[in-house]
Design a protein around this ligand. Sequence first.
Ligand SMILES: *[C@@H]1O[C@H](CO)[C@@H](O)[C@H](O)[C@H]1NC(C)=O
Ligand SMILES: *[C@@H]1O[C@H](CO)[C@@H](O)[C@H](O)[C@H]1NC(C)=O
Ligand SMILES: *[C@@H]1O[C@H](CO)[C@@H](O)[C@H](O)[C@H]1NC(C)=O
Ligand SMILES: *[C@@H]1O[C@H](CO)[C@@H](O)[C@H](O)[C@H]1NC(C)=O
Ligand SMILES: *[C@@H]1O[C@H](CO)[C@@H](O)[C@H](O)[C@H]1NC(C)=O
Ligand SMILES: *[C@@H]1O[C@H](CO)[C@@H](O)[C@H](O)[C@H]1NC(C)=O
Ligand SMILES: CC(=O)N[C@H]1CO[C@H](CO)[C@@H](O)[C@@H]1O
Length: 398
Amino acid sequence: MDLQLKIITFTLMLLLVSSSVSAQFRVFHISRYGAALEGDITQALTNAWSDACASTTSSKVVIPRGTYNLKQIEFKGPCLAPIEVQADGTIQAPQDPNQLNGDTQWIKFTYIDFLTLSGAGTFDGQGTIAWNQNNCAKTKDCKKLSMNFGFGFLNNTIVRDITSKDSKNFHVNVLGCNNITFTNFNVIAPATSPNTDGIHIGRSTQVNITDTNIATGDDCISLGDGSKQITVLNVTCGPGHGISVGSLGKYPNEEPVEGVIVRNCTFNNTDNGVRIKTWPDTPVTTTVTDMHFEDIKMVNVKNPIIIDQEYCPWNQCTKQSPSKVKISKVTFKNIIGTSATEEGVVLICSSGVPCEDVMLTDIDLTFNGTVATAKLSNVKPIIQGKSPPLLNFLFPSP
Ligand SMILES: *[C@@H]1O[C@H](CO)[C@@H](O)[C@H](O)[C@H]1NC(C)=O
Ligand SMILES: *[C@@H]1O[C@H](CO)[C@@H](O)[C@H](O)[C@H]1NC(C)=O
Ligand SMILES: *[C@@H]1O[C@H](CO)[C@@H](O)[C@H](O)[C@H]1NC(C)=O
Ligand SMILES: *[C@@H]1O[C@H](CO)[C@@H](O)[C@H](O)[C@H]1NC(C)=O
Ligand SMILES: *[C@@H]1O[C@H](CO)[C@@H](O)[C@H](O)[C@H]1NC(C)=O
Ligand SMILES: *[C@@H]1O[C@H](CO)[C@@H](O)[C@H](O)[C@H]1NC(C)=O
Ligand SMILES: CC(=O)N[C@H]1CO[C@H](CO)[C@@H](O)[C@@H]1O
């Protein structure tokens, strides 16, 4: 087929599809906004979004199958009615990080109530060139690379079925959201890709992540300050650095992290399983409380269970004064599998504010065929059921 015929056929197909979609939604198809297959859809998508967002009845923006290029875009609300973006195609970011104008996020969704992002599509950050330029491990003033997604100030949002691939930086940043669910979401990037956290959450309430696979080079899910009522269910992490609360205690005015449930998850060949990390040597006080990790399977994980209140990568601090972040009400229950190091459980709490109300229940981890050990400091956990042998039990005298 020549190109013109292809485009006509494509358009006809789309019209057929859109007219058969349930009348519940007003459909805004990007082909009607001049988007062509294999082309740059930035303008078409921007225009389709403006019209859909102004619709007084529920609307849906559709990106059909095919491969497209997309530059930086912001889907901004408020919209007049619930809105969905259904992406079934492969959408590619510019490879050259300079083409994103220094924007911290490639695709932003902001100030929307009742948003759904769905579809079988893949958002490909094409990060390889950017990863090679990443010098953040060496210098603080490193070049800011863009994340695939920024979800900011959204309420009642669902992200489902889509895939985020090879982001240049974090895949997803969730900030200032209330009631946002990720389900059947996929993240894929190589184990060697730097800073490619799967989902980072900060200052958000009621975030659910379920039935999701995250394979990446950095944290699977990371919870920054102000993360509250977070539920993680049936998530598989690996490769990557596992699920992490923090790091906390570095910046002033950090809000507490509270109400976290991680259940029915698998960690496969990750650097950490479940981790809470806080910086020593800073004046920042905040709290981490009501954290529950249960029914978790570890497969060859370096630090399956770890609280590290002396977190200080690349010797950025001196550890002269202890962390001032108070950790309490933490349960680890039914955590089984294999550790890649002898110390399966490491709970290094702060000598300034020791951990309180920590429970270890039915922990069954092995290292190279023998039971893994636990190293504890400034914490007296309540132990039930199977437990690792406790080593280096340090607690400050009263
Ligand atoms: C989201 O909910 C908060 C709290 O109820 C409200 O202040 C904010 O305006 C809502 N945002 C949107 C975009 O609806
Ligand atoms: C959360 O958002 C979902 C999706 O929009 C909605 O169905 C649900 O009612 C909301 N839950 C609450 C507690 O508001
Ligand atoms: C999120 O998870 C919590 C706890 O499991 C549950 O009560 C709530 O209904 C979930 N919300 C959504 C929108 O799925
Ligand atoms: C767990 O999530 C996977 C997708 O990652 C899904 O295929 C499976 O059905 C889910 N299991 C349950 C019990 O929901
Ligand atoms: C762990 O990942 C490897 C590939 O890296 C895979 O072959 C294996 O089936 C996974 N194991 C589990 C229990 O998911
Ligand atoms: C694992 O155990 C085997 C024998 O039980 C031993 O030869 C080997 O050195 C151990 N490997 C490590 C990393 O400890
Ligand atoms: C890792 C893990 O425990 N997965 C389980 C999650 O729940 C389903 C259904 O209950 C089980 O089939 C999985 O094995």
